[in-house]
Design a protein around this ligand. Structure first.
Ligand code: 5GP
Ligand code: ZN
Length: 219
């Protein structure tokens, strides 16, 4: 438990059900975040013993390691996108029931290609992680979750406090290396979708996120 809680998944991934461990191989374990901050929130845990205790900024200084992590993140992003497509896509079970009720034809097999769900997933790390084992968030952009309960929960995924994996390697003078100084977690709430500023009005933000979620998923 506590800050070391993610270590157990790396040590014994096979001991968890698929509702917890999505997959594992020699080098990585992919899990569901226990307190998801979006409708889909996964974590990728590298198993490399020389890296798992490092701050991500330090771990990703190793260029060879970074290449491996980025490749695995892309795998998990694809998997997550497939999950979103199943949940919300035009050929989702929900959509099929709706069409059946309308007695409508199924959508054509070919074309249009449909929504690019890859773009609805963010992959990256927190500038100041709370958990000690190296992990990369693979999270749907919606930030719609009853577990999103605190100011820092929203801003940690909605300001430069969240560092996309593709931004690594970071420049030596990157401002995100001084996250506390930058005060990211104390910034106003800005809607990830429409850019409206909610100041520090968390309840209003939450109400708005629910509305944005409804539109986003059925777009
Ligand atoms: P961080 O802020 O360190 O980047 O994010 C750590 C993440 O780990 C959080 O999103 C949190 O919800 C998640 N988490 C914390 N403890 C556990 C746990 O025991 N199991 C799982 N699956 N996720 C956890
Ligand atoms: Zn909005």
């Amino acid at each position: 438990g506590g800050r070391d809680g993610l270590g157990a998944y790396i040590a014994k991934p096979e001991s968890y059900p698929s509702s917890v461990v999505v997959y594992h191989n020699d080098d990585f374990v992919a899990i569901h975040d226990m307190f998801p901050k979006s409708s889909l929130h996964l974590l990728l845990l590298p198993r490399d013993q020389t890296k798992t205790r490092l701050h991500p900024f330090e771990a990703f200084e190793d260029a060879e390691f970074l290449v491996k992590v980025k490749a695995e993140v892309q795998n998990l992003r694809k998997l997550a996108a497939g999950e979103l497509r199943r949940k919300y896509g035009k050929d989702s079970a929900q959509e099929q029931v709706r069409r059946a009720a309308l007695n409508a034809d199924p959508p054509p097999d070919e074309l249009p290609p449909g929504r690019d769900w890859d773009r609805e997933i963010m992959c990256g790390v927190h500038a100041v992680p709370s958990m000690s084992h190296l992990h990369i968030h693979v999270i749907a952009v919606d930030r719609y979750s009853e577990r999103l309960k605190h100011r820092k929960h929203y801003n940690s995924f909605s300001t430069p406090f969240f560092v996309p994996i593709d931004d690594f390697p970071l420049a030596a003078d990157d401002r995100r290396r001084q996250p506390t100084q930058e005060g990211y977690l104390k910034q106003d709430f800005v809607c990830w979708r429409c850019g409206d500023n909610f100041g520090n009005r968390f309840i209003e933000l939450k109400k708005h996120l629910a509305e944005e979620f409804k539109e986003w998923k059925t777009l």
